[in-house]
Each structure stands twice: as C-alpha cells, then as structure tokens.
Design a protein around this ligand. Structure first.
Ligand code: PPS
Length: 297
C-alpha cells in the first residue's frame, strides 16, 4: 500500500558522467550544457540543503539595497532561477527563465564543478559557494526527500543515510561536491562561505558577499539585509519559503521547506553508531585535503 510519502510517480536516479542525478535532469541536460553565460552572471553553487535559498535571499537583498519589497517581486525560483530545474505547469524550466533574464543574472545550481557548463569559466564569471556540515545536510536532505515529490523516495532514515554516504543521491557525494568547488576556487572567482559562519555572524558574512559582488551598502541597508534574511522572517515570506510551489511538487504538509534552520540538528536523528561511522567517513574523505567543515564532530 502506498503511504502519502510513497508514490509510483516519484522519479529515479540516473548517472551523469558518474554522478548520481535525479532522472528529470536529462530533460534539459543538453540545454544546460549549451547555455551561453554573460560575463556578469553570478552563480550560487551549492550541494542541496547547504543554504542555497538563504544565500539567494541574501544576494537578492544586497542587490536591492536591503529593500524587502523589491525582493518580494517574485518567488525566489523566478528571481534566481535554478539551472537544472524542469518546467512544471506554468513554471518555466530554469534554462528558459535564465534565457529571458536581463543582466546581471544570478543563477542557482547544484551541479558539481566538473559538470558545470564551460561558458561560465570562459567568461570568468563569479560564483558563491555555500557549504554546510554534511551531517546536517544529510538530515535536511532526508526531510526534503520526504516532502519533495520530484525526488526519489528516501525510505527510512538509516537507509537514506547509507545512500547519502555512498553518494547515491541526486547531485552525488556531498564531499566530492564540496571538494570540487573548494579546489576550483584556486583558479576562478569563487567565494566559499560556510552555513555555520552565516549563523554565527550574519552581518560579517553578508559584508563578505557584498564586497565580492562589488556592492557598497550603507549601514541601514546592511541592517535590512540581516533582518530580512533571518530564518524566521524568510519562513513567513511566501516569496522565499516556496509556499507558491504546488503541493504536487513540495508537499509542505509533510515537512516545511524552511524546516528548522539550525546547526547541529543531526544530533536528533543520528544514532551513536551512525555518528561514529560518519566521523570515520568524514576523516577518510577529507584526508589529504585542507577542506574542513565546521562543527562536524
Ligand atoms: S535547496 O532545496 O537545496 O535549495 O535547499 P537549501 O536552501 O540549500 O537548504 C535548505 C536548508 O536551509 C535552511 N535555511 C536557513 N537556515 C538558516 N537561516 C535561514 N535564513 C535559512 N533559510 C533556509 C532550511 O531551513 C533548510 O535547512 P533545515 O535544516 O532542513 O531546516
């Protein structure tokens, strides 16, 4: 019998150049790869659940000088389209929205660095990467799979955690994703930000992003960006909380998109054994690299 969380209509996974991807990505894969960048495009590049929407809202508010009314002009997925997104009903695909946008275009992507359309690097575009401690990413991704009908069934938590560790979830292994972008920052204009750092001092990280974008904000504008990008404020903002997406895609009765927004929620779901195994996995994946996530241990 099917539960509300399990439906035959859920997609499966495919392998794209060795990276697991949700199968609908193939609908626009050719168009994604052929996309022509503009030199002033800015990418927000993240592994899913690392703080993408938070950074989208921060960047948009910065560009609007903190004016929340301007940032409420459209849902976040139309203001800052998701490159890989398929068309659904009235909502155009990410590529279609991007093609119709005027510069400067801000574009969200979850693609690993090696699968990015090359045009962005030929034109030396900027990218802001947000990374988050993978234990919290795993928990957030689990709940996201439960509610997002456009993702495969997650199964029970222990099973999902294993597939996450094996990289058999869409957009692949979270460590390889972060490491690809971490290395790429040595060659490209990439700002690498940690979710936990924004939590710790939003003002400091917002100023970093503004400076990277070449945007000077007065003190009042900075305060507005800090305020309107807070979890509680975004959770109540229909243009940021995905409540404008139909429940046939995001069933927020199962789990809210703006769920908890905390550091360390993994402690509520990981067993002691899962945590120990994950710590070993973390050490193995990061050995020989200088990438360190915050507050994993
Ligand atoms: S997605 O679907 O990949 O674009 O999701 P993403 O936006 O990357 O991640 C969603 C998680 O980020 C949390 N979030 C925030 N945390 C703190 N402050 C703010 N303002 C904020 N906005 C979004 C959101 O709640 C999801 O995390 P969890 O842990 O599930 O709550």
């Amino acid at each position: 019998m099917q539960t509300p969380e399990s439906s035959a209509s859920r997609p499966g996974l495919v392998s794209v150049e060795g990276v697991s991807m949700v199968d609908w990505i193939l609908k626009t894969w050719g168009q994604i790869q052929d996309i022509q960048a503009n030199p002033d495009d800015v990418l927000i590049a993240t592994y899913p659940k690392a703080g993408t929407t938070w950074m989208q809202e921060i960047v948009d508010l910065i560009l609007m000088d903190g004016d929340a009314d301007k940032s409420k002009r459209a849902p976040v997925y139309l203001r800052i389209p998701f490159l890989e997104m398929f068309a659904h009903g009235d909502i155009p695909s990410g590529v279609e929205t991007i093609m119709k946008m005027e510069s400067p275009r801000i574009i969200k992507t979850h693609l690993p660095f090696q699968l990015m359309p090359k045009s962005f690097w030929e034109l030396n575009c900027k990218a802001i990467v947000v990374a988050r401690n993978p234990k919290d990413v795993a928990v957030s991704y689990f709940h996201f799979h439960r509610m997002n009908q456009a993702m495969p069934e997650p199964g029970p938590w222990d099973q999902f955690l294993q597939t996450f560790v094996n990289g058999q979830v869409s957009w692949g292994c979270s460590y390889e994703h972060a490491l690809g972008w971490w290395e790429a920052r040595k060659l490209h204009q990439i700002l690498f930000i940690f979710y936990e750092d924004i939590k710790e001092d939003p003002r400091r990280e917002i100023l970093k992003v503004a400076s990277f974008l070449g945007k000077v904000l007065d003190e009042i504008a900075v305060e507005k960006v800090v305020h309107h990008s807070q979890f509680a404020v975004m959770k109540d903002n229909p243009m940021a909380n995905y409540s404008t997406l139909p429940s046939t895609i995001f069933n927020q009765a199962i789990s809210k998109f703006m769920r908890k927004g905390e550091v360390g929620d993994w402690k509520n779901l990981f067993t002691v054994a899962q945590n120990e195994a994950f710590d070993e996995f973390n050490t193995r994946k990061l050995s020989g690299t200088d990438l360190r996530f915050r507050e994993v241990l």
